[in-house]
Design a protein around this ligand. Sequence first.
Ligand code: T1G
Length: 696
Amino acid sequence: MSGQVHYRVEDRVAVLTIDNPPVNALSRPVRKALVDGVGRALADEVDAIVIMASGRTFPAGADIAEFGKPPEDPWLPEVCATVESSPKPVVAAIHGNALGGGLELALACHYRLASEEARVGLPEVTLGIVPGAGGTQRAPRLAGAAFALDLMIHGRSISADEAAEAGLLDGVVEGDLEGAALAFAESLEEEDLGPRPTCEATAGFADPSGYMAAVATRRKDLAASPLEAPKRVIDCVEAALLMPFDVGMAYERAAFDDLVSSGQSAALRHMFFAERRAPRFPGLEDVAPYKIGRVGVVGGGTMGTGIALALLNGGFEVRLLERDEGALEDAVARVVDGMEAGVRRGRLSAADRDRRLDRFSGALGYDDLSDCELAIEAVDEDIATKKAVFSTLDRVLAPGAIIATTTSYIDVDLLAAGTKRPANVIGLHFFSPAHVMRLIEIVVGAETAPDVVASALSLAKSLGKIPIRAEVSHGFVANRMLLAYRKAADELLEDGASVAEVDAAMRAFGFPLGPFQAADLAGLDISWEWRRRLAPTRDPGDRYVAIGDLLCEAGRYGQKNGRGYYLYRQGSRVGAEDPEVTRLIALERKRKNIAPRRFGPDEIARRCLLAMVNEGARLLEEGVAQRPSDIDVAMVHGFAFPRWIGGPMQWADREGLLMIREDLKKLVDEDPALWRPADLLSDLIKNGKTFDSLNR
Ligand code: T1G
């Protein structure tokens, strides 16, 4: 554990500067040094204390890496109490992101100034906990229940101006924050302004019935939510009004202690670090990426226009190529609409829109892309079409330019082999809608050069994406996981469960949609096309569920034509169970002599999870996926796997790998290809290890 606090005196003000890069997390050494620093200032010939931080930000919270370990004194609430009870006024000087414990420390100070670009927040619920150092008790005292609750239960950060308006800050500083803080501290003595403990503030309690109404409204709003922490925040904020400060603090601490050892918090903390670990691709530490400014996108369909929007939002110049005027017009219109939607939703200003569209142009000839540093093909998922695009791009682009494919399944090496620049070929697997979904799979071919991988990684960061690395394999990481999940769901259907039962079980587990609802949304014909292509190479010994094929042969393609696993009346997006589908499935069971049996929701969910975990283990064994947490990132950001469960691999660790393997063994006879436990499971069990041990 690292970190320190520098102490100096300016005129008659003691300045404590927190120094613990990269985000000045309030690690144990920092907490200790803060308490020591306040003590020293109280003994020193100074009239006031300023607490500030070096580097890029005021503390962005407690040190998350310390969670789950035995807490060490001084705890953050004690540090805050020391600051708050100081007989000399303490001023917080905030820059960067004062989040969680960082804002709580500032709230314990008597006065708070922030630089104009600073942001503050109490995002602890995003880690499955409540603020544990007085945030739920001090924030409502200053800003009232409604504001404090919205800040905490949504875990969002707010601007300094918004915080000042709400009463959380005393001032917003343009320019020299340190100078302003020192002058402010000195002025306190002159104006005979002393300490102003927040625990004694009552501005936020001015309207007790309004306060309780805000509590009641949010409690009602969250009643059905599976997330525990936001509900506990509401309880704590209610306690702030109803209980004396110290009792409220103890109440908050009890909630914190409960939650910090909960499965939800472990899962959410796992995701925090998993998302930050994912972009670390081995062997690229010293590899410089290409400079990419102009990107060509081939194909203006849903994926192509989504990618164009993501690139424009990411600051790139974009040329979108389509085969003819009509198609280009439609594609350009979709991009402009997408930008307009951003303005309508207040995500960007009209000026931003104009600046971005100034970097956008359409193209009708490949030669128009000749000066692009990168070209991304987003044409139909057909190998012949993609190969043709690749060879044309290979001819027109400059020798050093990169060619990327957005394929979801096709072998990237096959496409690379058709060019004279296999080292400059890479897979950039976006998820639809590409300008919204944060996940991107960077598919590294056998010959892809490290600086091309580094360039793809740098592009992903510029687009605000979370990149995971995948080696070439049918479906890479994310879709191979989806295929295993779908296979388990299909077999449940064939063995007796209904479409609605499977979907309800997975929604109860935490997915926003069940697998069959999601399939209807995506369109059944796309995956059907793939199954037909793969049919000749499918192992006849493997179990194959043909229900999906039968639906498509019956012209049922999902929401797009109003009939899929469900029936969608008059364009509704909510499907109704369709007796025709039930009949079709019953006939298929009869044809295969399958006597249907009942499956409870827990068994349904467990089978789907077991299939995901086992496939995840195989992806690790084969080296297709780098680490288990990448698989969790793929499932959470690619297929809405419930974040508060941490992804299938983290779920498996919590369930216990021995149990997982034993449960898989019980299912092997039903379909060995799906259920035969991956060897990696036995290796980890034998060595007393978990998937998490592979995340380092
Ligand atoms: N603890 C430990 N490490 C942290 C950290 C933290 N609080 N915040 C960031 N890091 C690491 C991160 O893992 C990464 O490491 C590096 O810093 C840069 O982060 C009592 C209990 C501040 C907005 O939830 O939201 O206080 O990968 O890549 O994009 O009530 O980090 O380089 O090795 O994210 O510029 C509450 C969490 C804690 C804020 C900066 N605080 N951090 O974003 O950089 S709970 C939070 C962030 C708490 C109290 C409770 C962001 C950021 P590495 P980064 P960034």
